[in-house]
Structure formats: C-alpha cells, structure tokens
Design a protein around this ligand. Structure first.
Ligand SMILES: Cc1ncc(COP(=O)(O)O)c(C=O)c1O
Length: 449
C-alpha cells in the first residue's frame, strides 16, 4: 500500500522515509522482552499535542523540539516525528550521530547539534545539512575546514555565553567568534544560520540573571548584526522560558521537557502540558509474612503487622534511583504504596498490609497522573531532583511501547490517515482518555516495538 502523507505533515518534515524509519524503529528497537513485563509506555499523542500547544503559546516564534538524550528517554525518532506532527519546525539534539539518525529516518527540517565539540564528525554533519553550534573561533575554523572537504558551506549557530558560564563565547571573545564566522562565510565555507545562547535561571522566577542575560544576548545580537551577520534565527528560550518569559522568545524557542509534558519550573509543568511517559510493570510474586518481618537489603523496612508483600521486577539498573528506597510511591489497584525498604538492582518490594493483590497486577511507577498514579514530577519532588532526571533514567533500559502510532501516526498501520498531524486529536486520541488501551490500569495493548 502506498504511503500517503498529509501536506501538514510534509510541511513539518514528516516524510515517507521518516514514517518508514519510524515504523521500522518502533518494530525493531527495544524489542527485548523482560520478565515481569516492565515497560515505558510513551504517549506520542501527548507529545504532538504538547508541541501544538507550545506552538500556539509562542505565536510568531518557531519551535525547535529538543529531542536529545533519546528524546528525554521517550525515544528520539518517534518523539521527533510526533513533535513535527505537532508543528515543530526545528529539532535539537546534542550529538552529530543523533542528528544523522534523524536524517536517516527521513527528517528534513533543520536539526541543530547543541553541543559544539572539536573532533566531532563535522564533515558528515555538513553533508547531511545538520546545523552546528560553535562557541569559539577555533571551532569555527575546524568546521570551516570540514566544509571545504565536504564541498558545501556549514550552517553555523554562533553561541554567546551571556551568563550561564557553560558553552559559548564570553562577551570578550564574542567579537572574535563573530569575525571568524563572517570570515568563514566570506570564504564560502559557512552560513551564519543562527545566533544563540542559553539561560541559567529561567526556572527561578524573578532571578536577576534572567534580565541580565536577555540584555547581554540583545547586545551580542546587535554586535554580530552590526558586523554583518544575517542570521535566520536568534534563540535563547528553554522550556521554562518558553512557558513564562516572552521576552526570551526571539525567532525560535527550544523546549525539550515541555514537549514531553515536563518543566523544571517550581510546581512542574502547567496542566495544559501532558506528561508523555508511564513506567509500569507487573507483580511477579505475592506472599504473606508475619509482623516484624525485615524487608529487602538492610531490613530498612519492617512489617508492622502480618502483611502481603509484592515483588516488582524493577530496580536501580532499570532506572529507579536507589534513594527512592522507603520514599517513592507507586500505584497498584488504584492505591498508592511507598516502596518498602531498599531498592535492589532489579527489584523492589511493596508492603500491602492486608490489602488484596495478585501476581500479574499492574504496578505504575509514574504516569500522567490522571488515574491517581504518581507523576514524574512527584517522584522528582520526593527525591530532590528534576522530572527530567527521572524520565531519562529509564532510557534504553526498558522496552518501550508507543501510544498514538497504530491507527494514527503511521498510515500504513492505520490503513488511512486520521488527521492533519497524523495523530488523533484530543478527545479522539488513544492516549488522551484515562482507561484507553495502555492507560494506567487499563488492559495492555500489543507491544509495538
Ligand atoms: C542548549 C539547550 N537548549 C534547550 C534545552 C531544553 O531545555 P528544556 O528541556 O528545559 O526545554 C536544553 C536542555 O538542557 C539545552 O541545553
């Protein structure tokens, strides 16, 4: 059957190749079956809808969906396809290899490698039209040499350090970086496609560094443009800035966490963003024990009365932080239970007291929260970290299942496309409704990977 692609999806860079690659990666990636059926359930409809909402939120600015670190653990290529279907017009990754994987999957929109690094495969990147960041004149020279070898100009984003003190040129080094970029442009080895920087404290409302960085960025842009740079895009905003700081939006915003329904702002993401990852498994053993029974390594939990213990086949090797011991909560049969005792390498125990549970019951570590299960944000709050760290911990360690693919994103599997973005709209979406296949507590759908 021929693959048909909607004009909107084509405009978003979702090509037949992307879909074929997407389908192949879903079928073949992470195909290991683990005992106890643990899985990361990824709601691609949520990613698509989150990006659509962010696109509407920022109005005239473009949206670069940052899908680094395997799409924040959600699967880079499926997440990228969902983000493009939602209206993102750029993608951001860290490594050139990730950008090339996106190209191989058929993604045609601009892809920026956020980390500028000497010795990276710049020539490959240039041949595949991948945008490169440079924060030093030396790196511009290295990229220009790679462009000469590739026989085509590199697309460069010059990075200013406006106060994060991570990558990028300081104010003192900025004129030299701009001059190097312009020289490479004049020699035909580069095109200055972007000027950019990154905020240190966008998730600390009212922090004085925000205004200082915005001002420093404006000055850096003015200086570069006065020197002759004609960038397509100037960009500064991550998720918290995209959500709360319109003065940081410029031509393009770069949400990563926001695309998967998360934020580092106090209190997490607004309700109009939906967390896209659910982590769940099944109880593999249930048994009664007497009062005073020590549980797991170190007996850091002791039963207060006769109790039913349940064994969950997930531990720190699969992504549960060890300091979730006696702290993080999970959901079984609609109730929350705190992990009992020490998190082991591949297992944790739950103490159900006198509640009835059975082998095979679903255990939801975290999800979107609408069936009462904990969220990644709640885990992060309990463990004094970020929701981003919680979701990325499970990347590559659990099989993934995808919602919003069958019957929606992949017209081959669906038999027909269902909407302009390929994923069903809210309300009709597989994932939007609690109790839908794959939703916490609902019957499981066939694994698609
Ligand atoms: C340079 C850069 N831009 C954008 C992002 C996306 O940040 P967020 O996930 O908060 O949107 C990151 C994440 O670390 C980043 O390093």
């Amino acid at each position: 059957m021929p693959i048909t692609i909607s004009p909107a999806a084509q405009a978003g860079g979702l090509t037949a190749g992307a879909l074929t690659g997407l389908r192949r990666s879903i079928l073949l990636a992470d195909c290991g079956v683990m005992d106890g059926h643990p899985e990361a359930l990824i709601d691609l409809g949520a990613i698509k809808n989150n990006v659509s909402a962010l696109v509407r939120h920022v109005g005239a600015a473009q949206v670069m969906a940052v899908v680094k670190s395997d799409g924040y653990g959600h699967g880079m290529i499926p997440s990228a396809a969902a983000a493009l279907a939602g209206g993102a017009t750029w993608l951001g990754v860290v490594h050139v290899a990730d950008a090339l994987a996106l190209r191989q999957a058929g993604v045609t929109v601009p892809v920026l490698c956020l980390l500028g690094a000497p010795g990276a495969p710049h020539e490959d990147a240039i041949r595949h039209d991948v945008d490169l960041s440079a924060g030093s004149a030396d790196l511009v020279a290295e990229i220009a040499a790679a462009a000469e070898r590739a026989g085509r100009p590199a697309r460069l984003h010059l990075k200013a350090d406006t106060g994060m003190s991570r990558g990028g040129a300081t104010a003192a080094d900025w004129p030299g970086l701009v001059a190097a970029g312009l020289a490479a442009e004049a020699a035909g080895h580069a095109r200055i496609a972007g000027l950019w920087s990154h905020l240190a404290c966008a998730d600390i409302p009212g922090h004085p560094s925000i205004a200082a960085q915005v001002e420093a960025f404006r000055k850096a842009v003015q200086a570069a443009e006065a020197a002759g740079a004609r960038p397509e895009v100037r960009h500064l905003a991550n998720t918290p800035a995209t959500l709360t700081l319109p003065e940081t939006w410029f031509d393009l915003v770069r949400p990563g966490g926001g695309a998967v329904g998360l934020s580092t702002l106090p209190g997490g993401a607004p309700a109009w963003l939906r967390p896209a990852m659910t982590i769940r498994a099944r109880l593999v053993q249930v048994k009664r024990v007497p009062a005073g029974t020590g549980v797991s390594y170190g007996h850091r939990h002791v039963t207060s009365g006769p109790a039913t213990l349940g064994l969950v086949p997930l531990g720190y090797a699969e992504g549960i932080p060890r300091h979730a011991s006696n702290t993080a909560q999970v959901q079984v049969r609609g109730r929350r239970w705190t992990i009992a005792g020490t998190v082991c390498m591949n297992q944790v125990v739950l103490d159900f007291g006198d509640a009835h549970v059975e082998v095979g019951d679903d255990v939801v570590l975290f999800g979107p929260g609408d069936a009462g299960e904990p969220t990644a944000q709640e885990w992060a709050d309990a463990l004094d970290t970020l929701s981003y760290e919680i979701v990325t911990r499970f990347a590559g360690r659990l099989p993934k299942s995808y919602l919003g693919v069958t019957g929606s994103m992949d017209p081959v599997l669906a038999g027909a496309r269902t909407g302009p973005g390929m994923i069903r709209e809210p309300g009709a979406g597989l994932a939007a409704a609690a109790g839908a296949p794959g939703a916490p507590g609902a019957p499981r759908m066939a694994r698609e990977n």
